[in-house]
Design a protein around this ligand. Sequence first.
Ligand code: GNR
Ligand code: NI
Length: 168
Amino acid sequence: MSILAILEFPDKRLRTVAEEVSQVDDSIKTLVDDMLETMYSAKGVGLAATQANVPKRVSVMDVIEDKDAPTCLINPGIIETQGSETSEEGCLSVPGFFEKVSRAEQIRVKALNRDGESFELEARDLLAVCIQHEMDHLLGKLFVDYLSAFKRNRIKSKLEKIHHQQGR
Ligand code: GNR
Ligand code: NI
């Protein structure tokens, strides 16, 4: 397994619209395993392949810190949503910033698992937030897109400054 590099805002590659996975083959299974290792290592609760510069519709999450029960969503689609709720979000691609975002409160999702089998999942609370956050990544969207241009640009400047200091 390997730890993948995570792209950071405002990297343009985070804006890539990911492609459907046509077959869950060994390369996809390896990607899922590497993404899980990367997510746990970064202490995140979710990760989308786009963040690791792999524009495929693959995401992983584990909101219960139970490493035996991570969720892997391949080609995820939302079937149904209910209500809306605002909660504080962060992102491994926007390190150090946390802002309130409004999302559907409850969702029903259809996806393929790591074995390529189709399944449905009903989610609420942090898992529902996380799934919607990861599905946004697969469309090239970030939580900062829901903020005012003023807030987004302030975050962009601060991260660019840090990247510059790091010699990137
Ligand atoms: O680690 C993460 N925490 C988090 C907290 C609130 C709402 C969403 C998230 S997802 C984030 C990991 C990440 O960037 N996934 O794309
Ligand atoms: Ni994120």
